[in-house]
Design a protein around this ligand. Structure first.
Ligand code: ADP
Ligand code: MG
Length: 695
């Protein structure tokens, strides 16, 4: 199994398989659908289904499923076998065009945020031919979009596909301005870098907080965390290496371009990055990657944690969303290029993105808002909750020269001819990467660094595509009838920069000065999920999504409800898990230790021995355990009081301000008690055991 080219994509019904197995005209018709999004004819679907089934059965598949991405954030599948009775007591294997193209799962058990009540209970899944079918666990998986019967999107794929179409429509207008007639389609590309933790399965299973919440709710800091900075890019332990090898191989079989793997900053933290692909495919592949990470960890007697903050005191996990725009011929439109004419096009695209990020800071912030990611944003490991852009010194200087109308000279090209200063020739940026920026231009792509490790990249990319489409539209509207294109482009770029350069910040985003400076610039600082989410309903945001046919008002409202509910449910489950762990295991352990200590004090006193150590310990333990009990009761009461909050936003705010705040207070006391107790008397494995559990 070491022949990678041979195993790569071996479980995928990809272009090569299609070409080899489909009649020529069927293949052509399908290709057309894939490339232009045109409707697929019934008879074509029938032939494709039959070929797909034969191929899948040869690969050992017995079932098929419509694989979709409901608003739970993970993927869903319901398996049907290929069998059909032949009427003589045996079965034949069947799979029709209708079964390929459309499914009708019961939508009522998936989050719909009120859409079900307004519309119909039933939902249907529709084949997305732009993402290849694949075989996983002996099941032919058909990537599908999931909608209500009335057409409202109930999933994360439908609006993503719509946003890609919107971007294509508007970016093509910009390309035509520059006389570009060959390009048929503009796509966006994404490479999501995925961080994760691995812990030993036995340790994982002894922590209800990890099982139910994916993160530790209590746990005193270990003597050694990440301060020695010896884990990042360190040698990979054999057990982890074996895991990564199997993960790579399984991903390759599914056509996922797994490329880079390394240890991350925190102990037990790792990263996997694929080679980028078209956004829709990259999103599907990232979902598959997360699923396989968990499944393969289990096989290796480990648990993979995708939560954004499994452990306090060490880094949490993010998912850097590298995003760019490219033509169907593979030309990256965010590549600066070598000549001023090309630069004009590049600079126009770049300026559009600057304006987009400034005007829609709130939407970008919302796409990364979750209870889990609230632990990261603003902590000293991830960008703050303030959206800003890093362009690097060179590009910033270029833009400044355009804005001010002054001559630009790069370090290497000191002697630029005059006249070229308006659209200067410049090289790809060579400045150091800024690792603290939430949205950094990295040579020929943007790296959006705010998403948390658990999020589907669909959300961030829906917004990126849509806000970019909006600006391309505005620019094209302004420039299409221009009689002095060059001059008007410069004017437009200049004006846009003046109005939106406040979003550009090349300094240290982790510093307190930046938070103040951002405030002066009027940039948003939406600290928590309940702070951020209500902005979804701003009229400007609803209008944006409706204008580009990405989400309707009803769809936005339903998503808003779902995100709020999700936030509240997460905090609720965490609070219940925490009170349960403390009441049922921590308190009894403390009481038994206190009993032991007081017995010792008593015995020593009886036989006339000084017992100052035990007494001191006992006094301190009693004070703390009393405090623990008070905080525990306070949390329990906060949870109960929250039950009558029925309005979704009020409930989320309450969970943030009261329940979550009580959890933090309770944890502080609990962790202090843990650090005073003998390890074998504490009911849960300590951080040191968890973080160093994989040896
Ligand atoms: P960096 O050094 O900034 O981390 P890499 O070249 O290692 O850059 O790329 C990081 C991620 O960005 C990878 O997943 C890579 O495939 C992806 N990437 C590179 N170019 C593009 C692009 N044009 N569009 C989207 N993602 C890209
Ligand atoms: Mg990176």
């Amino acid at each position: 199994m070491n022949n990678i080219p041979e195993i790569f994509g071996s479980m995928v019904f990809n272009d090569n398989v299609m070409r080899a197995r489909l009649p020529k005209d069927t293949y052509k018709a399908l290709k057309k659908t894939i490339e232009s999004g045109r409707h697929l004819e019934k008879d074509v679907a029938m032939v494709v289904a039959s070929a797909m089934k034969d191929w899948a059965i040869e690969k050992g598949a017995t079932h098929f499923t419509h694989w979709f991405q409901p608003m739970t954030g993970i993927t869903a599948e319901k398996h049907d076998s290929f069998i059909a009775p032949d009427g003589h007591g045996s079965v034949i294997m069947e799979f029709s065009g209708k079964e390929l193209v459309k499914g009708e799962p019961d939508a009522s058990s998936f989050p719909s945020g009120g859409l079900r009540a307004t519309f119909e209970a039933r939902g249907y899944t529709a084949w997305d031919p732009t993402s290849y079918a694949f075989i996983k666990d002996d099941t032919l998986c058909i990537p599908t979009a999931f909608c209500a019967y009335s057409g409202e999107a109930l999933d994360k794929k439908t609006p993503l596909l719509r946003s890609m179409e919107a971007l294509d429509r508007q970016a093509m207008r910009i390309l035509r301005l520059f006389g570009n007639e060959d390009v048929k389609r503009v796509i966006t590309t994404v490479g999501p870098e995925q961080e994760y933790f691995l812990v030993d399965k036995a340790a994982f299973l002894s922590r209800p907080d990890l099982i139910f919440c994916g993160r530790t709710l209590i746990g005193a800091r270990p003597p050694k965390g990440q301060e020695m900075e010896d884990h990042y890019f360190g040698a990979i332990k054999p057990r982890v290496s074996a895991y990564m090898k199997e993960l790579d191989r399984e991903l390759w079989k599914l056509g996922v371009l797994a490329k880079t793997k390394h240890n991350e900053v925190a102990p037990a933290q790792h990263e996997l990055a694929p080679i980028y692909s078209e956004t829709n495919v990259a999103t599907d592949h990232n979902q598959l990657t997360m699923e396989l990470m968990k499944r393969i960890a289990d096989k290796h007697d480990m648990a993979c944690l995708l939560h954004e903050k499994p452990f306090a005191g060490v880094n949490g996990s993010g998912k850097h969303n590298n995003w760019s725009i490219s033509t169907d011929m593979g030309k990256n439109l965010l590549e600066p290029g070598g000549t001023p004419e090309k630069n004009a096009q590049f600079l126009l695209f770049l300026t559009a993105v600057i304006k987009a990020v400034d005007e829609y800071q709130d939407l970008l912030r919302i796409t990364v808002a979750s209870a889990g990611n609230d632990h990261r944003l603003g902590a000293n490991e991830a960008p703050p909750a303030i959206v800003s852009m890093f362009l690097g010194d060179e590009l910033s200087a270029v833009l400044e020269s355009i804005e001010k109308g002054t001559a630009y000279s790069s370090a290497e090209h000191k002697n630029m001819e005059t006249g070229a200063q308006v659209l200067p020739h410049f090289q790809k940026d060579t400045t150091d990467r800024n690792r603290t920026s939430p949205f950094a231009f990295t040579g020929n792509k943007f790296e959006f660094r705010m998403p948390g490790s658990a999020v589907s990249v669909s959300g961030p990319n829906i917004v990126l595509n849509t806000i970019a489409a909006e600006m391309f539209m505005q620019f094209a509207d302004e420039l299409e009838n221009s009689s002095d294109l060059q001059g008007d482009i410069i004017k437009l770029i200049r004006r846009t920069l003046t109005e939106h350069k406040r979003i550009i910040f090349n300094g240290n985003n982790y510093s307190d000065e930046w938070v103040e400076e951002a405030g002066r610039r009027g940039l948003l600082n939406l600290k928590s999920t309940p702070d951020a989410l209500p902005r979804m309903l701003d009229e400007k945001n609803i209008a944006l999504f409706e204008r580009h046919h990405v989400l309707s008002r009803a769809e936005i409202e339903s998503r808003y409800e779902i995100y709020l509910e999700n936030y509240s449910k997460t905090i609720h489950i965490e609070a219940l898990t925490m009170t349960d762990m403390i009441r049922k295991a921590v308190l009894p352990a403390i009481l038994s230790y206190e009993t032991e200590l007081s017995g010792l004090v008593k015995t020593k006193k009886e036989i006339g021995i000084e017992s100052s150590l035990e007494e001191k310990l006992l006094v301190r333990m009693s004070a703390l355990s009393g405090c623990l009990y008070n905080k525990l009761t306070a949390l329990e009461e906060a949870v109960i009081d929250g039950r009558d909050k029925t309005e979704a936003l009020e409930c989320a705010r309450y969970n943030h301000d009261s329940v979550f705040a009580s959890m933090l207070e309770l944890r502080t006391v609990c962790d202090e008690l843990e650090s005073m107790m003998p390890e074998e008397k504490w009911p849960y494995p300590a951080y040191a055991k968890l973080l160093y559990s994989v040896v």
